[in-house]
Design a protein around this ligand. Structure first.
Ligand code: MLT
Length: 312
């Protein structure tokens, strides 16, 4: 019979634990999503799937670490619209977000949500915008660093409202959220998945989600269309990549483990409870992530470059 001869390594992959580099601090939305998926993926792969938080420079330090790792399938890059699209318009990365990475799989996405600390005298987005306009350029907006998803969302917010923000960079929006709850900063335009439980607990205030439909799990929060910023839509999608040159059989094995996790009812429940939407069934092949990444670069780079964002 014709034995399928795979390149060395692919046939035994994975034969040891896999490390996924999450380029933001523990406790944030990237970290939460990847740890949820890793918990299931290890069952399919038969090896531990370890999450390593490598932070800084809007996530580009962690992505760079993964890009420069061996293309053997044991170091995976987790990222999203910020790290694998926007960072290319902000930093001299020293690597190419498309040429140096192998897309593995598109992961869940969510709209952004405009949230503030609790003790601001505003009960609606219109009142919040009025409060911001009454102190031009003074409001502090937490981000995960220049080029991060929360930073790009802030830039977009500034563009549609004409309101300047003071950015306060953190190593992830987990730490930023802690300061928002504590009242140290005024707002975050954050991933819904990071803020929704704090909103439900009454620890922070939500004004709108950047989508044309309300969240299934939080129907009381209006959309930006309804709340006075029509067309201010932003979906932050996430994904996994491997270094360019990784054997396609290894890419396929990792893809299959992620897809199995996304198919699991328990994983789906956890993700949906955070306001995350599963990737469409016809967008799960590795190529779909690559196509999306390229189209999002074309979409977002002009706005980011026009905003004149410099590395922090
Ligand atoms: C971002 O704002 O880019 C991320 O949501 C940060 C994080 O996941 O901590």
């Amino acid at each position: 019979c014709l034995a399928l001869v795979l390149p060395a390594g692919a046939d035994t992959y994975p034969s040891r634990p896999i490390t996924v580099i999450v380029p933001f601090a523990a406790g944030g939305p990237s970290d939460a999503m990847m740890r949820t998926l890793a918990e299931h993926m290890k069952q399919t792969l038969g090896q531990a799937v370890l999450v390593e938080n490598v932070t800084g420079a809007g996530g580009s330090i962690g992505v760079g670490r993964a890009v420069r790792s061996k293309p053997d399938g044991y170091t995976v890059s987790f990222g999203h619209l910020g790290t694998h699209v926007a960072n290319g318009a902000v930093y001299r990365l020293g690597y190419d977000l498309v040429a140096d990475l192998e897309p593995v799989v598109l992961l869940p996405s969510n709209p952004m949500i405009i949230v503030s600390r609790n003790n601001i005298p505003a009960k609606s987005l219109a009142e919040f915008l009025a409060w911001l306009k009454a102190q031009p350029g003074a409001a502090s907006a937490g981000t995960a660093g220049n080029g991060s998803g929360s930073h790009i969302a802030g830039l977009y917010f500034e563009q549609v409202t004409g309101i300047k923000l003071q950015y306060v960079p953190y190593r992830g929006t987990g730490p930023a959220m802690n300061d928002l709850i504590g009242g140290q900063i005024d707002l975050i335009v954050d991933q819904t998945s990071n803020a929704i439980n704090q909103v439900r607990a009454g620890a922070i205030r939500a004004y709108a989600v950047t989508d044309d439909k309300r969240l299934d799990g939080a129907p009381e929060i209006p959309t930006t269309d309804e709340a006075g910023l029509p067309g201010f839509h932003m979906t932050l999608w996430s994904g996994m990549w491997l270094p360019k040159g990784t054997d396609h059989e290894i890419v396929a094995r990792l893809n299959a483990a992620a897809v199995a996790a996304l198919d699991d009812p328990g994983v789906q429940k956890q993700l949906k409870n955070l306001g995350l939407q599963l990737p469409p069934a016809d967008q799960l092949a590795p190529e779909a992530l690559g196509t999306l990444q390229k189209s999002e670069i074309a979409k977002w780079w002009p706005m980011i470059k026009a905003a004149g964002v410099s590395p922090e």
